[in-house]
Design a protein around this ligand. Structure first.
Ligand code: UDX
Length: 472
């Protein structure tokens, strides 16, 4: 098979855009299609649209050459062998994934299809979607031998999406025909053969020539379930450690020690055992709800997932109680907020627990000064600045004259603040850390009252010393 494959990627969101530039980086010719003309023009002109490591470099390298942006899906369908659908699958009111964009794309592909194509689901979709796509194609008059539908779920994390794409733990290909499997094998060959990692300009990451990523070939339905089950399992791991952190708080144990002790068991593993203010983002909340809904529709009791969601929602309310326990009353209190994005190193605020907490604090009558290194612009669109909320230019400005400082997002720069300067900026040296970015002992030594998740509260060493001298 030809090494260089013509690929269309439909949708230029986080998954589509990253997939498009990474396929080009692997040597293929890519057309990235989006029906939003403004987005296409911006991408053609060199705008990266999202904050993602290595994306600007790769776009610069391939824009308007190996990656072309256009609105015309019909043309892309005619030119390409494989068409990856990476459009949004938002959550509907019942928790199901809304597949209307996927359906619309399938119908449009059907109208311009004249020779064999592999249609690849890249968006996260519920099991059976491949069958729906096939049915939509056939209803639009496409003969069954002219296409195959494949599931090739994406496991990339925002912020590290490019490196995750090019250095995956595994590549999952769900294909029910050898012909389609061969096309996907050829697309990923630069990674699975290790060839890509020989290049001196390869994006660095975990894989290398001697340890290339495995490609797991499954049935289409299995691949669809692998994606939902993986995300639901990771969310479960987070809710589990959050529940354990509450137990640690109630017993004055330290959740970090507990997580380390658990994580050293190779069957459990150390990852995704960081307690916090709950998971957010565009995937976990939506995918857990969609997986729960799929189970319900199939008559399967998977109420474990309802508990995962419940613990996640509680975690935010518990954090608010923690802030209250540090400040007594909340009305009129000046609060510095560090972090608006749903996690560090991204500007994405979708389902961000940080934003939910800001809204809760505003509802309690707090006055907020918020800082985020990348997400302020997006946050302003849904939470405009006003008398109770201002956006500031750095962490120290957020802390300035505040009754307490809250850490809500795990940006690495929030874990490396000048503690002396921070203490001087605050009206009261109180830090409530929803991400456990600091060592409580060090915070105490720097004069802070420091509350974190699942660890004993640290009180300023200075204060303790003066209390001791009062009693002597
Ligand atoms: C996730 C999956 O990791 C990825 O495989 C999938 O393709 C898309 O969804 P992403 O949403 O980018 O990726 O973020 P991730 O780094 O997984 O974090 C998700 C949420 O969980 C964040 O809000 C994060 O702060 C939280 N989290 C993560 C924890 O609270 N504790 C942890 O230990 C890990």
């Amino acid at each position: 098979m030809n090494k260089n494959i013509q690929i269309a990627v439909v949708g230029s969101g986080y998954v589509g855009l990253v997939a498009a530039v990474c396929f080009a980086e692997m040597g293929h010719d890519v057309i990235c299609v989006d029906n939003d003309e403004r987005k296409v023009t911006a991408l053609q002109g060199g705008d990266t649209l999202i904050h993602e490591n290595y994306l600007p470099e790769l776009l610069e390298r391939y824009r308007n050459s190996k990656v072309r942006f256009m609105t015309d899906l019909a043309e892309a369908t005619r030119e390409c062998q494989a068409i990856f659908i990476a459009v949004g699958t938002p959550q509907s009111e019942t928790g199901d994934a809304d597949l209307s964009y996927v359906e619309a794309v399938a119908c449009e592909i059907a109208r311009s299809l004249t020779s064999y194509k592999v249609i690849v689901e890249k968006s996260t979709v519920p099991v059976y979607t491949n069958e729906w796509i096939s049915r939509a194609m056939e209803r639009n008059g496409v003969a069954r031998h002219l296409f195959d539908v494949v599931s090739n779920p994406e496991f990339l994390r925002e912020g590290t999406a490019v490196a995750d794409f090019l250095h995956p733990d595994r590549i999952v290909v769900g294909a029910d025909s050898d012909r389609a499997a061969a096309v996907l094998n050829a697309i990923y060959a630069p990674l699975t053969s290790g060839e890509y990692y020989k290049r001196s300009d390869a994006i660095p990451g975990a894989c290398n020539v001697s340890e290339p990523p495995p490609l797991l070939l499954t049935s289409t339905k299995s691949a669809e379930i692998i994606k939902h089950a993986s995300n639901a399992f990771l969310a479960l791991k987070i809710s589990f450690i959050n529940a354990v952190s509450n137990l640690c708080e109630a017993t004055s144990a330290n959740v970090e020690q507990v997580a380390r002790g658990m994580g050293l068991d190779s069957r459990i593993g150390p990852k995704f055992l960081r307690p916090g203010i709950g998971y957010g983002g565009s995937c976990f909340p939506k995918d857990v709800a969609a997986f729960r809904s799929v189970a319900e529709q199939l008559g399967i009791d998977f109420s474990l997932l309802t508990e995962v969601e419940k613990i996640n929602a509680q975690q935010k309310r518990r954090f608010l109680s923690k802030v209250r326990s540090a400040l007594w009353t909340l009305r009129g209190k000046r609060i510095g907020v560090l972090g608006l994005a749903f996690k560090g190193e991204t500007d994405d605020i979708r389902e961000s627990p940080a934003i939910e907490l800001v809204q809760m604090l505003l509802a309690e009558g707090c006055l907020i000064a918020a800082f985020d290194p990348a997400a302020i612009k997006r946050t302003e669109q849904i939470l405009p600045a006003g008398p109770s909320l201002k956006y500031v230019g750095d962490s120290y400005a957020a802390a300035d004259d505040a009754d307490a400082l809250l850490i809500l997002t795990d940006w690495s720069e929030f874990g490396a603040l000048d503690l002396k300067r921070l203490n001087q900026a605050l009206r009261y040296p109180i830090v409530v850390d929803g991400r456990n970015l600091y060592d409580p002992q060090i915070m105490a030594e720097h004069g802070f009252t420091y509350l974190s998740i699942g660890r004993p509260t640290a009180n300023p060493v200075r204060e303790l010393a003066s209390v001791a001298s009062m009693h002597s």
